[in-house]
Design a protein around this ligand. Structure first.
Ligand code: CP3
Length: 352
């Protein structure tokens, strides 16, 4: 990549906000912006299983670019899934439509953990190819649009591996954490290493920032988070930090954990829609924040949605930096035209 491209990306609103520098407008992107809310996504995915589409560099590139073309958002989020690296090393799992990731043989013992192979970049040729083609395409969009790479954080990925599928209470996961600390430690070390390699591969190929999704960390008390989870997330974030890209760290229902998730080594703390930014910002301290419009507000009249977006932007001004997002992923029945109007509103909102 030429240095002109690198410097345009460096000066993009997203990366400036992540570093806490002044921005021309509040940068905006949406978690799950690529996916089922877009007719063009449903069309290219027809007849192709989710995880197969995540292993096809051309499809990854097309799907990742779709929301950037449609909305002109300030970042692309890499199209993949938090369980993709496990699939790439041969863990028997699938993503079942309408359900989520389902693991054939849940992990319960030290032998189960030992049976999970380590991840190497060589297992991810389609990731490297997709990131390379994406970063070259994105360099020409809106003066240079950054690509955000991502991975699932150890606790959230462990939850799928231990439960065998999606779970509300994460009871088996927490039972393992409380009752078999040696198995838990081995599992978290293994998954943290997998997440770090997955992120390092994306950054090495050209991703400009990363997001570590600990979607289900809100199931933990602060003490348990500190004792059993934070050190593992911290190791992942530290490894990626040494590559010099900003690190966003997000979870759902994490009002009690925002400061601790920042301390795990985030440059930007993602805030879900339940915690108003004016409460969240003092908790994250000297870090940028990302969020946090309630994703159901897109179903309200446009002027109601934009009035609430304005409140989010105004509250975000107290932070070191602010990246606008929804407070969790785009709901599949969202009208894309409403997200187009929201993007336009955030990008043209005057900051002086
Ligand atoms: O646009 C983007 O944000 C990029 C792509 C992305 C996907 N999954 C694509 C996907 C990202 C960042 C993820 C992360 C992910 N996957 C998380 C963390 C974020 C969060 O939502 O909290 C989690 C928990 C998963 C696990 C997972 N994968 C779930 C719960 C589901 C939904 C299952 C369903 O059908 O309701 C998936 C599948 C999935 N991942 C889809 C997409 C676009 C839908 C599958 C499809 O289109 O067939």
């Amino acid at each position: 990549m030429t240095s002109a491209v690198t410097s345009a990306l460096h000066d993009s609103a997203l990366l400036k906000a992540a570093r806490g520098e002044a921005v021309p407008h509040t940068p905006v992107w949406f978690m799950r912006q690529a996916g089922r809310s877009l007719p063009e996504y449903l069309k290219v995915r027809e007849g192709i299983a989710m995880l197969d589409s995540c292993m096809d560099a051309e499809l990854i590139t097309e799907i990742t670019l779709q929301p950037v073309r449609r909305y002109g958002v300030d970042a692309a989020i890499f199209f993949s899934d938090i369980v993709l690296p496990l699939k790439a090393i041969g863990v028997d799992l699938d993503i079942v439509p309408g359900v989520g990731p389902v693991v054939a043989k849940p992990v319960r013992t030290l032998e189960d953990v030992a049976a999970i192979p380590d991840l190497t970049p060589e297992a991810l040729p389609f990731i490297t190819a997709a990131v390379r083609s994406l970063t070259s395409e994105l360099a020409g969009i809106n003066g240079g649009t950054p690509l955000i790479g991502f991975a699932g954080a150890p606790f959230t990925v462990a939850s799928y591996l231990v439960e065998g599928g999606p779970s509300k209470e994460h009871a088996k996961t927490k039972a393992l954490m409380f009752g078999a600390p040696d198995v838990w430690e081995a599992l978290m070390v293994k998954i943290a290493d997998i997440a770090a390699v997955f992120l390092e591969t994306q950054v090495a190929a050209g991703a400009s920032a990363i997001q570590l999704f600990d979607s289900w960390a809100g199931a933990l008390t602060p003490d348990d988070y500190v004792r059993h989870v934070q050190p593992h997330s911290a190791r992942v974030l530290e490894r990626v930090g040494s590559l010099g890209v900003p690190r966003i760290h997000f979870g759902v229902g994490t009002t009690n954990l925002l400061g601790l998730m920042g301390d795990a080594g985030a440059d930007v703390v993602g805030v879900d829609w339940r915690t108003p930014l004016d409460r969240a910002i003092p908790m994250v301290g000297d870090r940028a924040v990302q969020g946090n419009l309630d994703p159901t507000l897109v179903f309200a009249p446009t002027e109601v949605m934009t009035a609430r977006a304005a409140e989010v932007i105004e509250a975000g001004r107290a932070a070191k930096g602010h990246i606008f997002n929804l407070g969790h992923g785009v709901i599949p029945s969202t009208d894309p035209d409403q997200l187009a109007r929201l993007t336009e509103f955030v990008q043209s909102y005057p900051l002086d």
